[in-house]
Design a protein around this ligand. Sequence first.
Ligand code: ZN
Ligand code: MN
Length: 144
Amino acid sequence: MAKTAVIKESKPEVNLTRQREAILTVIRGRDDHPTANEIFRAASVSLPGISYATVYNSLRFLKEAGLVLEIQFGDSASRYDRETGRHDHAICNCCGKLVDFELPQAADLMKAAARKSKFQPASVHLTLRGICPDCLEPGAKGRT
Ligand code: ZN
Ligand code: MN
């Protein structure tokens, strides 16, 4: 069972219905940032007959409860993230794979961006776009 990520202490324990619980379990069991459709397919295994609308509403509930993160890249379908703490993403232009990473320098970047924009910073999120190791041919490994 996946360990619960960062649930803020100030948040009261959320009472989840069976469906919401099952959907949360699906998301926590994967590290690939599934879309609502993928979650729907996976949830149908443990809850046959569950409707897409139920999945969709549950996702909204879980997001508002701070239990999952919804992330959007351009106009492609939203992806759901079990990791709710601040972190960065790399997305593959080739296969669409989305992985987590954490850049310790992000805090400095945020300060610099705040100076440039004169905004009061609240958060920063980096998205690296490129080609993932799986999509690179084995022979191309030495090329940096
Ligand atoms: Zn790829
Ligand atoms: Mn993530």
